[in-house]
Design a protein around this ligand. Structure first.
Ligand code: ASP
Length: 258
């Protein structure tokens, strides 16, 4: 999960790591979390700058005595643990610089009629996540994001909050979410989805039901990927776009949906 997310963080196409949306001050601040469904251990970081792969930092937090470290403290923790740091400009792409210059000072907010910023902004960019089950049935989930465009300095969305943008419990299943954090937080979306899972209600039904709940209860849209403890896969989105892929035993190539 960590390795898959590192690849996506380094890929400028996504709103995570390099290529993230810039905040109101034109800086990149990153949030990430990882959760081990075997013992419900979690590691999360938020509003961190300069750390090339925030998911690796989140994993290091998971392996420590702590669960969640933010801002300057997260950078300090990264330094103490030898996690790769880079020049803040490494994260800033031409496309995001132009987007920021074009919309500078505007509130690109998605609470307005539930309309998502991607509708307003044109070219899409997305939070990234991964969920995996190993041969022993253990489920791990991770999520990483650059958050919302023009967000205030220090704003943290759902992605790194356990239960909201991520959850994994190997006795039920795990998932990762994308979409407007301010709305996802209100319904604790990913935990809600995991709680729906049962032998009768598989991952696909659960992600669809959870997104319906997000819409009906708070008028939000979003996307979810999931695996349940029976190994069934779910993915759905009520946003315009969400690319996803999965691979299972027996498949020679991943199944991709763009
Ligand atoms: N969930 C992210 C956040 O609110 C944004 C996104 O997924 O597009 O920070």
């Amino acid at each position: 999960v960590e390795k898959a997310i590192c690849v996506l963080e380094d890929d400028a196409a996504f709103d995570a790591g390099r290529g993230s949306f810039l905040n109101a001050e034109g800086r990149v601040q990153l949030d990430a979390a990882i959760m081990n469904g075997a013992d419900l251990n979690t590691g999360a970081v938020a509003a961190v700058e300069r750390v090339r792969n925030p998911i690796t930092l989140a994993r290091r937090v998971l392996e420590s005595d702590w669960a969640y470290i933010v801002g300057e403290g997260a950078l300090e923790f990264a330094r103490q643990n030898g996690i790769e740091e880079c020049n803040p400009w490494w994260f800033v792409t031409q496309e995001e610089m132009e987007r920021w210059s074009r919309h500078r000072g505007e509130v690109l907010y998605y609470l307005r009629d539930g309309a998502f910023y991607r509708d307003v902004l044109g070219s899409p960019s997305d939070t990234v996540g991964a969920v995996a089950m190993d041969s022993g049935g253990n489920i791990v989930a991770g999520t990483s994001t650059g958050g919302a465009p023009n967000k205030p300095v220090g704003r943290v969305g759902d992605s790194s909050l356990v239960g909201c943008g991520i959850y994994a419990d190997s006795t039920r299943g795990g998932g990762s979410a994308t979409g407007p954090g301010e709305l996802i937080i209100r319904v604790v979306l990913t935990k809600h989805m995991v709680d729906l899972l049962s032998e009768e209600v598989g991952a696909q039904q659960a992600v669809e039901a959870a997104l319906r709940h997000l819409k009906e209860r708070v008028g939000g849209c979003g996307g979810l990927i999931a695996i349940d403890r029976w190994g069934r896969i779910g993915r759905a989105h009520t946003t315009n776009l969400m690319s996803s892929a999965y691979i299972t035993e027996g498949l020679s190539e991943p199944v991709v949906e763009v």
